[in-house]
Structure formats: structure tokens, C-alpha cells
Design a protein. Structure first.
Length: 404
């Protein structure tokens, strides 16, 4: 269970940081029991039975109160917008949670094994418009009209359900929401659903038995691909390539539609034969670990339209990132020590478009410390060994002399 919980952390952390950035940095004294960093409540070390979350907190972090047996009542206040994974997990005395109106996101197992959650008897247990628990035993489940979000792992391992209807009110289906629901064979998802988390329908008959080559649901989200082709073209109607859609597939190349805007978390993770990728104009986000553990990936062309490349979307290895100078792609490459090519010619250090002795002289000057500005690695690393040294000068001189 813990390994699954970790996978929801990135999305919730983004939520936390977006709001925390508006709050001044502050760490509250240990005397109060609250440890707060930049608007995120990291932990509570006190022993009070009734607590009010400080007004500077916008997000209650993962495991902040986990296994606290003292707290009986929590007043959230109007500032708390998100509650992290396992935030109140195992708080066996917690029976009351008040002033929840501002909460818009809740992580996996946030109130697991608390009287507050266990004592709620309705079929559908919600906090605001977020479904956090299902107490029913029906085979067909129609999500109520007051539910906007199905929180992570809400129905996980439920073997009673064979059909679920997520109506037009449901905007988000959280990660693992129907994880390993072994009899779930029919799913109706509205086109209003904009987010479908990773593993939402993992190991369900519905996902296994669907025969569509490209399984597209909700607001044009590609959930799964059944094609065995090595060269894939993403369909024109796909806006989001969903989490894990091509996880560990055997594809060698992928072409994105001009309508695709988001390449989701871990969407191509583990594609060991993927050699190159062209992230074309129009794509806005390449999410966390999108191309992680793709050892054959040598070239990623990234258009200037990309506004965000998240952590470990690409990792250092054989890859060179190609893009425009000053782009997000260049910033990401530099921050992660990945070679970047801004369109220059290999060895053209002075940027005049031709290889001459002045390029070799320029490179020698940098190696000797005469020139302090480090040249573009993708242009200066002439022999391709991942470093800039005198051997690059030698190879460049041989190329200029026509010997290579």
C-alpha cells in the first residue's frame, strides 16, 4: 500500500507548492507543536486533544499527524486547501474535523482508521465535493451528483462492483480509485472528466478486456494502448497522454498529434526500445518521469511551446535534448546535466555556420582557462564522450583538415 501512496505525492505536492508560494516562509516554534515550512504543515509534535490549524497553513503534508493518538478534534480553518497522503492516518482518537469548506484536494488514505471516517454511515462519504469513502455493497454504483472528485484508492480492492457510472459532475478520478476491483467490467465516464489518475482502473476486467486500440476516455485522455506497433502515432483527438499509458511498451518511436497538450506522468516510463521523440509545437506539459528509464532514448526534440518539464521527465544517459535557445527545454537540460543542442553545428564554437581553425582555437581557449564561458556541450563535445577536453580539439582539427 505504501508504494501506491507514494505515486500520488507528485500531484499533491504541485497543489501544495502552487498555494504555498503565496505564503511567506515561516517555521513555527516547536512550543506550539506545529512544524510549518512555507505554508505546508510538515508535522505536529504536540499532545493537545483539540487543535486549530494555524492560519498560515495552506496544505497539510503527507503523514503530518500519522498515528497521533491524542488528537480528538481538528479545526481546519479557511486557509487549508489541501490534505496530503495519510495526513491523519491511524489517528485513532480523531472523531471531529471542522471548518473544511476551503479544502479542494485530499490525498490517499488521509483519514484511514479514524473514528471520524469509520463512524460515517452513509453509502457515499464526502468532504465537501470529494468522495473519500464508499460504504455500500451495490454491484452497480452511480456516483452522486454532488461529487466532483473521487479521491485516490476510494474503491480499491472492492470486489462487489461490476459497473460504475461517473456522471457529468465528476471532474477527477483519483489515482488508483478503482484499483484491482476484480469484477468491474463496465465503466461509464463523462466527457467532463478532465483528470484520470494513474492506476485508476488497474487490473480490472474493464481495462483488460476493452478491445479498442487506443482507450480514450473523459476529456480526451488516452488511458491505455493495445497496439503492438513499434511506431505509434497518437490519435488526433487525444489531448492528454495519461499516466502510464505506454508503460514498459515495446515501441521505438512516437509521433504526437498537434492537439496533444499534456504528456502525463510515467506515460512512456520503461520503454526500453524508444530511440527518439519529437515533442511538437502545441504540447504544454511534460510531466514527472514521462520518459524515465528509457535507456535507448538518444534524441528528444522539444518545441518552444512546452511551458513545464517536470522532475525526471528525462534523465542523463545517452540522450541529447534539442530545442530553441532560451527555452524551457534548455533550462531543463542544463539543470539536469543533459546535453542540449540549440540548433548549432557540432564543433562550430564561434557560431558562424562553418567549421574553421578559429573553432578549434576557441575550444582550446576554454580548456586552457582563457575563455571562462562554458560552450554548449552538444556542440563542444566533438568526440561524444560526455566531457570537454583536448581530445575534442584533436578530433575537431582532424575534421577541419578533412581527415574525418
Amino acid at each position: 500500500m505504501i508504494s501506491m501512496i507514494k505515486k500520488t505525492k507528485a500531484a499533491l505536492l504541485i497543489f501544495a507548492l502552487l498555494f504555498a508560494l503565496t505564503v511567506p516562509f515561516v517555521t513555527v516554534s516547536a512550543e506550539s507543536g506545529f512544524v510549518i515550512d512555507n505554508g505546508i504543515l510538515l508535522s505536529y509534535t504536540g499532545s493537545q486533544k483539540e487543535i486549530t490549524i494555524p492560519s498560515e497553513v495552506v496544505y497539510i503534508g503527507d503523514n503530518a499527524f500519522r498515528n497521533n493518538t491524542s488528537v480528538e478534534k481538528v479545526v481546519l480553518g479557511q486557509s487549508v486547501m489541501g490534505i496530503g497522503n495519510c495526513a491523519f492516518y491511524g489517528c485513532t482518537s480523531l472523531s471531529s474535523v471542522e471548518q473544511t469548506e476551503s479544502v479542494g484536494a485530499i490525498g490517499a488514505y488521509a483519514f484511514y482508521n479514524t473514528p471520524y471516517l469509520n463512524n460515517q454511515k452513509g453509502e457515499f462519504v464526502t468532504l465537501n465535493d470529494i468522495l473519500i469513502k464508499y460504504n455500500g455493497g451495490s454491484q452497480t454504483v452511480a456516483i452522486p451528483s454532488n461529487v466532483r472528485v473521487i479521491s485516490p484508492y476510494t474503491f480499491a480492492y472492492n470486489r462487489n462492483i461490476n459497473s460504475v457510472i461517473a456522471g457529468s459532475n465528476v471532474e477527477e478520478i483519483g489515482e488508483g480509485a478503482f484499483y484491482m476491483c476484480g469484477n468491474l467490467s463496465n465503466v461509464d465516464i463523462s466527457e467532463n472528466t478532465a483528470v484520470i489518475g494513474g492506476y485508476a482502473f488497474y487490473d480490472t476486467p474493464w481495462l483488460k478486456n476493452d478491445q479498442r486500440e487506443f482507450l480514450i476516455e473523459g476529456r480526451n485522455i488516452l488511458i491505455d494502448c493495445k497496439s503492438e506497433d513499434k511506431n505509434i502515432t497518437i490519435p488526433d483527438d487525444v489531448v492528454t497522454v495519461g499516466t502510464g499509458a505506454f508503460y514498459m511498451s515495446g515501441l521505438e518511436s512516437v509521433t504526437f498529434s498537434e492537439n496533444t497538450k499534456v504528456i502525463g506522468m510515467r506515460s512512456f516510463m520503461g520503454c526500453e526500445n524508444l530511440k527518439s521523440v519529437n515533442i511538437n509545437d502545441g504540447i504544454l506539459l511534460v510531466d514527472t518521469q514521462a520518459f524515465y528509464n528509457c535507456p535507448s532514448l538518444e534524441k528528444a526534440e522539444i518545441a518552444s511551446s512546452v511551458q513545464v518539464i517536470n522532475d525526471k521527465a528525462f534523465v542523463k544517459g545517452n540522450i541529447t535534448i534539442y530545442g530553441e535557445k532560451g527555452s524551457v527545454a534548455e533550462s531543463f537540460a542544463n539543470a539536469n546535466d543533459i546535453p542540449f543542442n540549440g540548433g548549432g553545428i557540432l564543433g562550430d564554437l564561434d557560431g558562424d555556420g562553418v567549421l574553421t581553425i578559429s573553432d578549434a582555437t576557441y575550444l582550446q581557449g576554454y580548456i586552457a582557462g582563457i575563455k571562462s564561458e562554458k560552450p554548449d556541450m552538444s556542440i563542444a563535445d566533438v568526440n561524444g564522450d560526455g566531457s570537454i577536453s583536448i581530445t575534442d580539439v584533436s578530433k575537431l582539427q582532424m575534421i577541419i583538415a578533412g581527415e574525418q
